[in-house]
Design a binder for this molecule. Structure first.
Ligand code: GAR
Length: 199
């Protein structure tokens, strides 16, 4: 069985989209995969209740209880490894990961970022895209490397930036595409129809 562990920090709407796609697209039968666990660094992450209601094991590793990034990442890796993951999916997971953590899951650690990378790595992507006068914005699914919001791109979704857009309006437009993009990219990864070579 290919176990998928999803890491969240907040609402978890991408996680929910992945869980729904795994069910409706029968990832179990097609890819021999299952969503094994949802892990959050915040006890109040909204997505935890959804995951539990879906019968998925949940865990919380509260980053505030750890003195260093290294000690938090070590505890996080322990929680993730408890589910023998084939794939680790960052879905709105808002912590910068140490190189040790990234190396541990090299090649099987995916992230979604709400911009058309390599443009607008980091935070406040929607505001920055509007301020830069971009006509399009979007989201990117990429393999995680130790360089923040870089790493080989697996798939992207594009939306228009409309006249009068606020960062919130643009974020909603991008997020609704993320919910299609991330399940599609993960399914392609599981089906091995997308692969990375030479970075
Ligand atoms: C999503 O827009 C995701 O792309 C973004 O946070 C949001 C999480 O929403 N991730 C990042 O900014 C990572 N740097 P969700 O919790 O509803 O999935």
């Amino acid at each position: 069985m290919k176990n998928i562990v999803i890491l969240i920090s907040g609402e978890g709407s991408n996680m929910a989209a992945i869980v729904r796609a795994a069910k409706s697209e029968q990832w179990g039968a097609r890819f021999g995969s299952r969503i094994a666990a949802v892990v959050s660094n915040r006890p109040d992450a909204g997505g935890l209740a959804f995951a539990a209601a879906e019968g998925i094991v949940t865990a919380v590793v509260p980053h505030k209880e750890f003195p260093t990034r290294e000690s938090f990442d070590a505890a996080l890796a322990k929680a993730v490894d408890a589910h023998a993951p084939t794939l680790v999916v960052l879905a709105g997971f808002m912590r910068i990961l140490t190189p040790e953590f990234v190396t541990r899951y090299e090649g099987r650690l995916l992230n979604i970022h709400p911009s058309l990378l390599p443009a607008f790595a980091g935070l406040h992507t929607h505001r920055r895209a509007i301020e830069a006068g971009c006509r399009v914005a979007g989201a990117t699914v990429h393999q995680v490397t130790s360089e923040l919001d870089h790493g080989p791109i697996l798939d992207q979704a594009v939306v228009p930036v409309l006249p009068g857009d606020s960062a919130d309006l643009l974020a909603q437009r991008v997020l609704s595409q993320e919910h299609k993009l991330y399940p599609r990219a993960i399914a392609a990864w599981l089906a091995r129809t997308v692969a990375v070579s030479d970075g």
